[in-house]
Design a protein around this ligand. Structure first.
Ligand code: ADP
Ligand code: MG
Length: 263
């Protein structure tokens, strides 16, 4: 059994996933991994950084995410990957997440699952609070995976946290000072709310996030691979942004609930 903390050894390119720059690879022990590349485009400078931080924070909070791994791809393997949309990979340190073969994006099965129960229902409120904490701009219907457990029961898995923090793909210490613009109106949130029996779950989830200690968050930021070029000053700015967000999170949940009551 492979240790889940251990980085996989990627040996083979398989296919393109989604519509942009995400691709599927195979590891030396036959497991599939979703790979995102460092600076696949200049404007996506922070994509893997954001995936790494959000993935680690979400795992710390026991949210339904697969573990994120830092991997290295040999230049020889990279040269075999078909280039799309003029992309190029910078360096050989990238990010990999285990591929969930049994799951489908919410968008593909939303009609079928309307009356199904959700095994990890309590994660819905926690997902919303988390998204508001990191200012996730992209909880679209393709960025929530659904696994069917039985004929009428599903579980959720959160994916794709590349677009978060003010400034998203291009955040820096200046953009982090901007007032966060949260996306209240994502259809996923409306769906999630319809399965949350008590709005207190949102406040409790915000409170749990508030309890995450600064030094633990700092350790995650300190673990960002140096190849991804986040400076010490930028890490400090991000840490203080996350701490401020913790402070404001219950208020954000209140605004979120008001928005959904009146639309
Ligand atoms: N861990 C995963 N398991 C199964 N499918 C995945 C996983 N991660 C991504 N996918 C599939 O690949 C698509 C693209 O991946 P995503 O992380 O959303 O990147 P992007 O939208 O930036 O290309 C997803 O919509 C989903 O269909
Ligand atoms: Mg996506």
């Amino acid at each position: 059994m492979q240790n889940t903390n251990q980085s996989p050894k990627i040996v083979q390119y398989l296919q393109i996933l989604g519509e942009d720059y995400t691709r599927l690879f195979l590891s030396d022990i036959g497991l599939k991994y979703v790979v995102k590349f460092h600076r696949v485009k200049h404007y996506r400078k922070r994509e893997v950084v954001n995936e790494f931080i959000a993935g680690k924070l979400a795992a710390l909070l026991n949210l339904p995410v697969a573990p994120v791994h830092v991997i290295s791809l040999s230049p020889e393997l990279c040269s075999k990957v078909p280039q799309i949309k003029g992309s190029r990979m910078q360096g050989n340190v990238h990010l990999a997440i285990p591929y969930n073969e049994k799951a489908q994006p919410f968008k593909q099965i939303e009609d079928k699952i309307r009356s199904f129960s959700i095994k990890n229902q309590q994660q819905l409120a926690r997902m919303i609070a988390f998204d508001f904490w990191i200012v996730n701009m992209d909880r679209s219907r393709t960025n929530l995976l659904i696994s069917c457990i039985t004929e009428n029961e599903i579980s959720i898995q959160m994916i794709d946290h590349g677009k978060c923090f003010p400034g998203d793909y291009l955040w820096d210490k200046e953009t982090l000072k901007l007032t966060p613009e949260h996306r209240y109106n994502m259809p996923i949130y409306k769906w999630a709310l319809s399965h949350i029996p008590n709005e207190n779950e949102l406040y409790e989830s915000a409170h749990e996030i508030k309890l995450l200690e600064e030094n633990i968050i700092k350790e995650i930021l300190d673990d960002i691979p140096k190849e991804w070029e986040v400076t010490k000053v930028e890490k400090e700015a991000l840490l203080s942004f996350l701490m401020n967000q913790q402070h404001d999170l219950e208020e954000y949940m209140s605004s979120f609930l008001s928005y959904h009551k009146y639309v």
